[in-house]
Design a protein around this ligand. Structure first.
Ligand SMILES: Cc1cc2nc3c(=O)[nH]c(=O)nc-3n(C[C@H](O)[C@H](O)[C@H](O)COP(=O)(O)OP(=O)(O)OC[C@H]3O[C@@H](n4cnc5c(N)ncnc54)[C@H](O)[C@@H]3O)c2cc1C
Length: 588
């Protein structure tokens, strides 16, 4: 092994979210270590997450996204920050990295020159790289990805010079949606193509559909279940094939020709794992590096891994996976930095543990906020968990305050234990608050009964006296206790059998006229005491729904007490169901 320098050295590869955080924490833990950040790009510690907002014009100054510079990090933390320094290889046996300088290393370095550097502890924080689908034409000069300031600068420059009118966004995830909205702010006509059946495909369908609806209202056409076959720069079009199963009314299956003066690719990210793979670290199924609870690589304790590159415990499943998000990256950076630094202290030091992540995110899009934490209903189903789901549509503040706003909230919980599993929300405001409270509840392993009674703050400008989370938990507890059994729209659609079951719609006829489930029986809830004789008693199950859930709950309680069996509330009512029955139907 090559001799280490007498002063112990931590080398950090990647100097943005996890890397810069690790470096600063390492210095706070160990003043005597040499700490070197090697970053191949031109910037360290910049706000990747702010790129769509700078692009949209909402963040006025580019410099606002540059949180730290090599100079400020050197001054405050005595860090040796080297931009334009790409690590080519890691030699774990010799504890050295091979580094090549690129154009961003000027004026201090010679681009193309190489050197080797020893380390005592290595922190890999190389993040993710964007997925670029193999589509003919995707390398064209009018096609852009968004991974860092330089990509954004190119996009800005192209937009200013070419003044495109039609934009195509590939990918309906968080970044794709943010970029679609930002492009509309530049006055472009935007279409968004997503391969999955819906945008934000990790969410349950009611929420994905609501986002697509908001996009549509904002003038962004979302084309889901579709693949871009070819991008033709000369004719400024893209050929898009919608999969037959997604669009049965597309008999010829002919690809659409969509105008595409400019194409933004936001098709997801994969781990930037080349160095890790080549130096023999253990790679998990998600392509990230396997780590122990101290964020040390499972095959070499001197190598720490943090951020998008790490495969970390997912707290609700106990499995390991990648969560390419800034919050976990920063917190992992802190742990990796502290541990690398403490392990070099002469007397050593207790190592910190990283508990894993819940999987939480929030997004502001098309005038709405949308967020998710923990497991969705479909994720729970995939894990074969017997999950219940309670959907409510409420006002995020007192209903009589102007504007009272609107929020739709879904709780997912374990039918066997009553423990919370996750939640999703969409609305005009108050979404982040509910998702964050849920995160705390999940971290505390609370159940629906705890959430029902959780004290949450109230004054009319901020909340209803019963918070939407309390309310959703009440629905769940009523279900858990069998007082008012409910199913989610997805479960209803899965289980419903027209021959054996009946749908009772307890809304007013006028409400039903705007859309209803074909074959359903309509008796308004207030007429139910006088008209329950019209409901056949020979059905296997009676599914009841109203607009949002409350009237159906009243109907369930009444009919149960009148001796009807197997009476079930379809949670969320028509406001959630309508996403599955989009066109107004004619009652039989
Ligand atoms: C446009 C956009 C919007 C986002 N919005 C959100 C959001 O709203 N919320 C959220 O939670 N997350 C968001 N994210 C994700 C978040 O930015 C990432 O999860 C986070 O930056 C990951 O941190 P990291 O340190 O692991 O990687 P990064 O921040 O990507 O840093 C990795 C760095 O390593 C460098 N590097 C890689 N290989 C080498 C090498 N061989 N030598 C030297 N340097 C190397 C790279 O140049 C890069 O600068 C967004 C990401 C993007 C791109």
């Amino acid at each position: 092994m090559a001799p280490s320098s007498p002063v112990k050295r931590i080398v950090i590869v990647g100097g943005v979210a996890a890397g810069a955080t690790a470096a600063a924490r390492a210095r706070r833990e160990n003043e005597d270590t040499e700490i070197i950040i090697l970053e191949r790009g031109p910037y360290v510690s910049f706000a990747n997450c702010g790129l769509p907002f700078y692009f949209s014009g909402e963040v006025a100054h580019r410099s606002a996204l540059l949180i730290q510079s090599p100079e400020t990090l050197a001054e405050r933390y005595r860090l040796d920050v080297r931009i334009g320094h790409e690590v080519l290889a890691v030699d774990r046996a010799a504890r050295r990295v091979q580094v090549r300088l690129n154009e961003y290393a000027v004026p201090d370095g010679v681009p193309g020159s190489e050197f080797s550097l020893s380390w005592d502890r290595l922190i890999l924080a190389t993040g993710s790289q964007p997925v670029m689908p193999e589509i003919p034409g995707i390398a064209g000069p009018h096609c852009f990805r968004l991974c860092g300031m330089t990509d954004l600068d190119r996009l800005h420059a192209w937009l200013t010079e070419h003044k495109p009118r039609h934009a195509l966004v590939l990918g309906g995830g968080l970044v794709g949606l943010e970029m679609a909205e930002a492009l509309t702010r530049h006055g472009l006509q935007v279409k968004l193509v997503e391969t999955a059946p819906a945008v934000l495909p990790s969410m349950d369908p009611e929420f994905s559909h609501a986002v697509a609806e908001a996009a549509d209202q904002a003038g962004v056409e979302t084309i889901c279940g579709s693949t871009v076959l070819e991008i033709d720069q000369a004719h400024r079009i893209a050929l898009v094939q919608t999969h037959r199963s997604e669009h049965p009314d597309n008999p010829a299956g002919a690809p659409r020709r969509l105008p595409a003066d400019i194409v933004v690719v936001a098709a997801g990210v994969k781990a930037e794992n080349r160095l890790a793979v080549e130096c023999g670290l253990e790679i998990g199924p998600g392509g990230g590096v396997r780590v122990n609870r101290h964020l040390q690589s499972t095959v070499d304790e001197a190598v720490y891994v943090a951020g998008d590159l790490a495969e970390i415990p997912l707290r609700l499943t106990g499995q390991a996976g990648r969560l390419p998000l800034a919050g976990p990256a920063g917190r992992q950076g802190r742990v990796a930095g502290a541990n690398a630094a403490r392990s070099l202290l002469p007397k050593g030091g207790a190592l910190e543990s990283y508990p894993g992540a819940l999987g939480i995110w929030v997004l502001r899009i098309f005038g709405m906020a949308v967020g998710s934490v923990g497991l969705t209903e479909k994720a729970a189903a995939a894990l074969q968990i017997r999950a219940g789901a309670a959907i409510v549509h409420r006002t995020p503040r007192a209903a009589w305050m102007e504007p009272s706003g609107q929020i739709s909230l879904k709780l997912v919980w374990d039918r066997d234990s009553g423990k919370l599993l996750g939640g999703q929300a969409i609305g005009t405001d108050g979404v982040d608050k509910r998702i964050d409270v849920l995160a705390a509840a999940l971290a505390g392993k609370l159940g629906v009964r705890d959430l029902e009674q959780l004290d949450l703050s109230y004054a009319p400008p901020f909340n209803s006296a019963i918070d939407p989370l309390n309310y959703a938990a009440m629905v769940a507890v009523n279900d858990l206790d069998g007082r008012s059994p409910s199913v989610s729209p997805a479960e209803f659609l899965h289980r419903f059998d027209l021959k054996q079951d009946l749908v009772l719609d307890v809304r007013m006829p006028l409400e039903c006229a705007n859309g209803h489930i074909p074959g359903s029986l309509n008796i308004p809830v207030d007429e139910l005491r006088g008209r329950h004789g019209e409901i056949p008693r020979d059905r296997r199950r009676l599914y009841i729904h109203c607009a949002a859930g409350f009237r159906a709950h009243l109907a369930v309680r009444l009919l149960s007490q009148l001796g009807f069996e197997n009476v079930v509330n379809v949670s969320g009512g028509w406001m959630s169901l309508r996403h599955y029955f989009p066109a107004p139907q004619t009652r039989r």
